[in-house]
Design a protein around this ligand. Sequence first.
Ligand SMILES: C[S@@+](CC[C@H](N)C(=O)[O-])C[C@H]1O[C@@H](n2cnc3c(N)ncnc32)[C@H](O)[C@@H]1O
Length: 232
Amino acid sequence: MDMSKIRLSMVSLGPSDWELVTIKALNRLKSVQAIAIPTKNKEGSFERSITFKIVDRLMQEYHFAKPLISVYTPMKFKHSDWLNQAQTLQEAVKEYGTIAFVTLGDAGVYSTVYYLLDIIKEQNPQLYERSEVIAGITSFSYASSKVKKPLCLGKSRLELIPLIGEEVPSTKIYMRPSVGMQTSSIKDEGEIYTFENLCFEGEHIQKSKISVVRKYMTLLIDFVKPAKGDVA
Ligand SMILES: C[S@@+](CC[C@H](N)C(=O)[O-])C[C@H]1O[C@@H](n2cnc3c(N)ncnc32)[C@H](O)[C@@H]1O
């Protein structure tokens, strides 16, 4: 994707330490015309917003300033709230040309970002095509580093369990394959993708399961399909 075509960047800010913001996220915040920040109060005050504090610190440290747009985010998991937030973002893109919407941790982990992108994909497919998501450090990667304990090592694996009082299906990440390995034993329960050589020469992403592993640097992710109207 030609980066000059991007109009909406969903930017992960990491666990709240401004030094744990990626260079890519910082570069995007510096290059967009305005930054959209989730706020929990209707008045749009940034006073208690954690993401505002990170963005504000970055603007001071790196000497840049951008108009800030408040996106009222009550965290009630209501579709009507996400519709309003998606509308705010679409209006902001119209007004400013390019915007970044910021989120804590990584956008791929329980973030509003994908509720909003789903709505934008339906309402404004052109904007969806011109959007991107920038990855960030998760709260649990940071937690692991704080106590110097691995999240998974050797013959162990990582489980991520939402404390919502019910059993839920899992996205599954398969890693550490051996070259030449058949993938027939890997179940395809959601929407499985193969990722090879990410960020390296020959990066290859396909929307299916590769049948035989060609490279050690291969990840398969079977993305869970959340139920429509999914909450919490
Ligand atoms: C809506 S999820 C967002 C997760 C985030 N996108 C990430 O990548 O870590 C919020 C949950 O993440 C965990 N969390 C996020 N930031 C945290 C922090 N600074 N300290 C402890 N837990 C945190 C808590 O379990 C919290 O309830």
